[in-house]
Every structure is written in structure tokens, then in C-alpha cells.
Design a protein around this ligand. Structure first.
Ligand code: SF4
Length: 83
């Protein structure tokens, strides 16, 4: 019992599956971890909580957590009434 060594954590099959799914989603969205000019997630209408560095993106093709300075091809200006 004293010789038991706790195994190092390693990714499981589910992690590879989720990683591939997210990679495909990011490629479809042309998702980038940086702004495109002045366009970025925290000034996009789909960024749910613009006061947070990370927020839920409610674009129907994404629905994932994204960073305030990220960007994707589905960026849309916040409608004037909501700004
Ligand atoms: S639609 Fe694209 S740019 Fe807009 S919040 Fe979502 S990931 Fe960011």
C-alpha cells in the first residue's frame, strides 16, 4: 500500500471526442482567440455578459464559452437599442 503511486492525470477518450467536436465548431466559425480589427466578442450582440472576460456566446451555431477578445465570422454589431 505504501508503494501505491497515484497515476498522473491524462486525457480520456471523451476528452479527445469533445476536443475534435470543438475544433470542428471553431473551424466552421473561423473562431480566433484575438480580435479582428475593432470587432471582438465583447462588442458582439451574441456575447451574453460584456462586463466579463469570459462569457457565453448565444449564437445558435456556437453556444459555447468564449473570451472577450476573441472573434468569429458571425460577429454582429449590438443593435442600437441594446447598446
Ligand atoms: S458570435 Fe462570434 S464574435 Fe460574436 S460572441 Fe459569438 S464567438 Fe464572439
Amino acid at each position: 500500500m505504501a508503494d501505491y503511486v497515484i497515476p498522473e492525470p491524462e486525457p480520456k477518450e471523451i476528452d479527445e471526442k469533445v476536443s475534435i467536436e470543438l475544433r470542428h465548431m471553431a473551424e466552421n466559425a473561423v473562431l480566433r482567440g484575438h480580435p479582428s480589427g475593432d470587432e471582438k466578442c465583447d462588442n458582439c450582440r451574441y456575447y451574453l455578459e460584456p462586463y466579463n472576460d469570459l462569457s457565453y456566446c448565444w449564437h445558435p451555431k456556437l453556444r459555447i464559452l468564449v473570451g472577450a477578445n476573441w472573434w468569429c465570422q458571425w460577429w454582429e454589431e449590438i443593435p442600437a437599442a441594446d447598446a
